[in-house]
Ligand binder design. Structure first.
Ligand code: PAF
Length: 286
């Protein structure tokens, strides 16, 4: 098991990148790696093959956290992250400091995510996606990969990163990878470790609601939402922020064909997100 090269600075990163001409793929993370990240890394490897280069970035990006959010308590586990990267055959880990990423102390120029950045997660966290897109743009331009792999778990983030790459003519292919789930359906997330045992048991209701909704796809939009709500309503401890059925690009509500059902809910002080593909066929009513 080879230990990946670790670059802490831009200069070290550039040195490491200059060593080879191989096609590369990047997986961007905030650390606290779990099996979901390992699956993204495997996806990244499959895209470039054994001769390619897989890069993982580890950086808890302050710009995407607002005052009072969990930036300070966000889990940090660098040694364990490195072990996972080594086990998954990662070639290079870029783990910059805050000063390295934002030399002036803060970002002077940021990426405006546009109207979709103010909806759904953006309505609850108004500065979040500007922070995400800004750091993703910087990390893309620093690592210069052929592919960047993002999990479908954060579906709105994946959609906005795709839109940014398209709109700003970025020459990187943005690739979505399926969500990895626990046996009871809970989507893997670094924030799951905030849940108490009781909260953890309730959290599975999110994926159950999505699965029930998706099963009703052939019956139409209203049936999907009704069946998903029925599951969520059984759990009064879940404070649902939104449950929406949108077109795959999240631009508008879906009425037929391929669509995406997205949910966000709070359990105690933990906010959880999940989503699922739904086929509405040619259905137009419930
Ligand atoms: O999904 C995440 O972990 C973060 O939002 C990302 C893409 C690494 C940017 O900080």
């Amino acid at each position: 098991m080879d230990v990946p090269v670790v670059a802490r600075t831009r200069a070290e990163l550039q040195d490491a990148l200059a060593e080879g001409e191989a096609e590369s793929s990047v997986v961007m993370t905030m650390g606290a790696l779990h099996d979901g990240h390992a699956a993204l890394i495997r996806h990244a490897r499959a895209l470039v093959g054994d001769t390619g280069h897989v890069i993982v970035t580890i950086f808890v990006n302050p710009l995407q956290f607002a005052e009072g959010e969990d930036f300070d308590r966000y889990p940090r586990a660098f040694e364990n992250d490195l072990n996972i990267c080594a086990a998954e055959g990662v070639d290079l880990v870029f783990a910059p400091t805050r000063a390295e990423m934002y030399p002036g102390g803060d970002a002077r120029v940021t990426v405006d995510p546009g109207p979709l950045g103010r909806e759904l997660e953006g309505a609850a966290r108004p500065t979040h996606f500007a922070g995400v897109l800004t750091v993703v743009a910087k990390l893309l331009n620093l690592t210069v990969p052929a592919y960047a792999v993002f999990g479908e778990k954060d579906y709105q983030q994946l959609t906005l990163v795709r839109r940014m790459a398209d709109d700003l003519e970025m020459p990187y292919e943005i690739v979505g990878a399926p969500t990895v789930r626990e046996a009871d359906g809970l989507a893997l997330s670094s924030r799951n470790r905030y849940l108490s045992a009781d909260e953890r048991a309730i959290a599975a209701a999110l994926s159950e609601a999505l699965a029930k909704g998706a099963e009703a796809g052939h019956l139409g939009r209203e049936a999907v939402l009704r069946d998903a709500v029925a599951v969520l309503e059984r759990h009064t401890e879940l404070l649902v922020d939104y449950l929406v059925l949108r077109t795959p690009d999240l631009a508008s509500d879906a009425a037929s064909g391929e669509s995406r059902l997205l949910v966000a809910a709070r359990i105690g002080s933990t906010r959880l997100l999940d989503n699922i593909a739904v086929d509405l066929g040619r259905a137009t009513s419930g």
